[in-house]
Design a protein around this ligand. Sequence first.
Ligand code: DAK
Length: 261
Amino acid sequence: MAHGTLRVTDPAPGVRLLTIHRPQALNALNPQVLRELMQALADASGDASVRALLLTGAGEKAFVAGADIAAMRAMSALEGREFAVQGHALMRALEMAPFPAIALVNGYALGGGCELALACDFIVASEKAVFGQPEVGLGIVPGFGGTQRLTRLVGKGMAVELCTTGRQVKADEALRIGLVNHVVAPAALLDKGLELAGQIAQKAPVAVKLAKHLVQRGQDMDLANANAFEADVFGVAFGTDDRVEGMGAFLEKRKAEFRGR
Ligand code: DAK
C-alpha cells in the first residue's frame, strides 16, 4: 500500500515494512510524514497478524535526514506546537506498539531521524549509516525525545557529547557505543531485519508483546517496582495457552504451535 510519503508492505509472514519515501528531501520528516507514519502504525497495531515492524528510509543515502528544515522554517508557533505534539505521539506509539519495532538505518539518521530510530525498540545499521543530533547548529535542541532516549541507550557522557557538539557517528562507532545492535553491508540490511523479525514472529505472540512492554516500561521504574511489575506480568504469561503449548512442545520434542492466546 502507498500513502503519499510512505510505502507499506508485508515482505514476510508477520512482518510489516514501512519505508519513508521522500528521497528528494532525504526522507526528512514533515507533518505529512508524521501523520502517515502514525496512521500506518495504528493500522499495524490493530492487525493481529503483524508480529514485528521494520522501519527504513527510501534510497541509498538516508534513513531520515531530520525534521524538514524548510517546513519548520515556515511554521507558526501554533503549527510548531502541533508538530511537536505529533512527533512525540508517534515516538510514544512506536514504544507502546504491541510488537517490536526495528529501525533499519540505511544512511543518514540525523536530528529527528536519529530520534525516530531511537524510538524504535532497537536499531540495525548498514555500514553507510551516520547518526547525529545536529540541532545545536540550528539554534535548537533535540525535540522528539532525543536527549532522553539517547541517554538511556548510550549513557550520559556520550549523550551530552553528541547533543552539544552535533558530532556525527558512523556505523562502527554506533556499534561500539551501543547505539545499534548490528552493522551489516548495505545490501544485507533488509535481510538482517527480516531474519530478526522472522525469529520474533516464530515466538509466542503474547509473550513477545509482554517482554517488549516489560523492557520499555520498566526502564522508567526503580528496580524494586520494575521487578514487581515483571513478576505480575510473568503471572499473566503463565496463564496463556501458549505457555502450556510451549512447555509441552519442549518436553514432547516437537515444534510449538503458538496461537497467541
Ligand atoms: N530538511 C529538509 N530538506 C533536507 C534536509 C532536512 N533535514 N536534509 C536534506 N534535505 C534536502 C536538501 O535541502 C537537498 O535538497 P535540494 O537542495 O536538492 O532541493 C536534498 O535534501 C539533498 O541534500 P544535500 O544536497 O544537502 O545532500 P548532501 O549529500 O550534500 O548532504 C546531509 C547530506 C544529510 C549531510 C545534509 O543534507 C544535511 O546536513 N541535512 C540536514 C541535516 C540536519 O541538520 N538535520 C537535522 C534537522 S533538525 C521538534 C522536534 C524535533 C525537531 C524539530 C522540532 N519540535 C518538538 C517542534 C527536529 C529537528 C531536526 O531534525
